[in-house]
Design a protein around this ligand. Structure first.
Ligand code: AHR
Length: 486
């Protein structure tokens, strides 16, 4: 038995819609095959973007998409990806499988993809192997107005109007694949690069500095101290690894212990945010600088027989629960977390969609984003959860997770039952509630959708009993629900 108490008077503010954002890198089959097949493909497409995938991403309500990496961003030279495709430079993608990148998907194609999905572009620039001039000119090419050389080139390449890009990242994992930098060095680099990322017209950039990738707060401290005033966002990366980096474990075959360990590690996101938030609060008590969790999600061993450099993994109900508890955590920190980007949107790590040639499937994680859509841009509502813990051995987790929001008098409560085998009876209290209905995603923990069978999907819940400001909800094991309360 668990109890959830909503207090409509207590709120951290608005849940930024961008908390429900995604990430796409030139990695494996994420961009090529996954989203971009080219205009000549037999797979139905609009200007090269596969129609089935774009339609699915629209349903999930993708608000913002990060590109082109990841590690790839720090070896990407944007001018290689513009102009006639036949003359575009062919490079080796040294981070991901050593495959040849023909640059047929570049700036214009990414902007077209975002246009079709209806999301904001978030571009990550190259600090590791690029130059200040190169990054500065990219911004001029994206947003420049008037008769400058970069604005003219954009027009010659088919887009006279500025792209109005707002979100711009200054390097990726600069402490690792983005240049192996020390925080002091990167802080100086950030100051220099950010200085030349200009505002064109009304398009003021939201500049995102590279942040930490572990719980160690040393990087955050140096960055906030030396350039906190020059950034709008600081990134944070945290992946849920079931075992360890060498042997991450299978995405589909796991023991009860591995199930609870994975969820326990996903819940660690809360600690990660708190630790870095505490440091940010010292330098930025007004919370002007947003925390941007621009890489998160599960990372398992690749599917047997697939390229180890392509990071292709299946997605089960365990992934769905990782997504739901993490999104609850983000909602609960919405006064500091302003954007998050699940890694990665199609065919890589914890994806919304998987493809195989012309075929496509929707993962359990996709349905979680559908259930949580109503939180985007809503007013967060404090929601206290009293729940017993369960699990195996050292891996004990609170069995019920939840978060809540309100828009125009309608409340959305998302709640999950993390138990692998027992239902959860939950009493939800909200003063004055008179109507309740819900939708639910529930299946055995190992269940997943394949290209032939799709057993996992959302269904309507049985009518919910409402009495004296309380609603009774029974969640089957391994379930994620969205309940609408009026
Ligand atoms: O998402 C895969 C990789 O993980 C990204 O390229 C990198 O930023 C991170 O280490």
């Amino acid at each position: 038995m668990a109890r959830i108490t909503l207090d409509p008077k207590r709120s951290l503010g608005t849940i930024d819609k961008n908390i429900y954002g995604h990430f796409s890198e030139h990695l494996g089959r994420c961009v090529y095959q996954g989203m971009y097949v080219g205009p000549e493909s037999q797979i139905p497409n609009v200007n090269g973007m596969r129609t089935d995938v774009v339609e699915a991403l629209k349903k999930a309500g993708v608000p913002v998409l990060r590109w082109p990496g990841g590690c790839f961003a720090d070896e990407y030279h944007w001018q290689d990806g513009i102009g006639p495709k036949e003359t575009r430079r062919r490079m080796v993608n040294s981070n991901w499988g050593g495959v040849v990148e023909d640059n047929s998907f570049g700036t214009h194609e990414f902007m077209e993809l975002c246009r079709q999905i209806g999301c904001e572009p978030y571009v990550c620039g190259n600090v590791g192997s690029g130059t200040v001039q190169e990054m500065s000119e990219w911004v001029e090419y994206l947003n420049g107005v008037g008769d400058s050389t970069m604005a003219r080139r954009r027009a010659e390449n088919g887009h006279p109007d500025p792209f109005h890009v707002k979100y711009f990242g200054v390097g990726n994992e600069s402490w690792g694949c983005g240049g192996q930098m020390r925080p002091e060095y990167y802080a100086d680099e950030y100051r220099r690069y950010a200085c030349f990322l200009r505002q064109y017209g009304d398009d003021k950039l939201f500049k995102i500095a590279c942040g930490p990738g572990t719980e160690d707060t040393a990087w955050t401290k140096v960055l906030m101290e030396r350039c906190g005033k020059l950034m709008d966002g600081l990134s944070l990366h945290y992946y849920t690894i079931c075992n360890n980096w060498q042997h991450k474990g299978s995405a589909t075959e796991f023991s009860t212990e591995e199930y609870y360990r994975t969820l326990s590690r996903a819940l660690y996101m809360d600690q990660m945010i708190r630790r870095h938030e505490n440091v940010m609060n010292v330098y930025d008590p007004e919370k002007r600088v947003g925390l941007v969790v621009d890489e998160w999600g599960t990372w398992f061993d690749v599917e047997p027989g697939t390229n180890p450099g392509f990071l292709y993994q299946q997605n089960t109900m365990r992934d769905a629960l990782v997504a739901s508890v993490t999104l609850d955590i983000f909602n609960g920190h919405c006064d500091r977390v302003v954007m998050a980007n699940l890694a990665q949107i199609v065919n890589v790590l914890q994806s919304l969609v998987l493809t195989d040639g012309a075929r496509m499937l929707l993962t359990p994680t996709f349905f979680v984003f559908c259930l949580y859509r109503a939180h985007q841009g809503a007013r967060q509502v404090e929601c206290q959860v009293e729940s017993q813990k369960g699990g195996t051995g050292d891996w004990q987790v609170p069995l019920v997770s939840a978060s809540a929001s309100e828009k125009e008098g309608v409340y959305t409560l998302t709640l999950s039952n993390l138990s692998m085998d027992a239902p959860a009876d939950v009493t939800v209290s909200l003063p004055g509630v008179s109507e309740a209905s819900g939708r639910i995603l529930s299946a055995e923990a190992h269940a997943y959708n394949s290209f032939d069978l799709s057993p996992v999907g959302i269904r309507d819940m049985e009518p919910l009993a409402v009495c004296d400001g309380e609603v009774r909800v029974t969640l089957p094991p391994c379930a994620v629900a969205a309940v609408t309360l009026k």
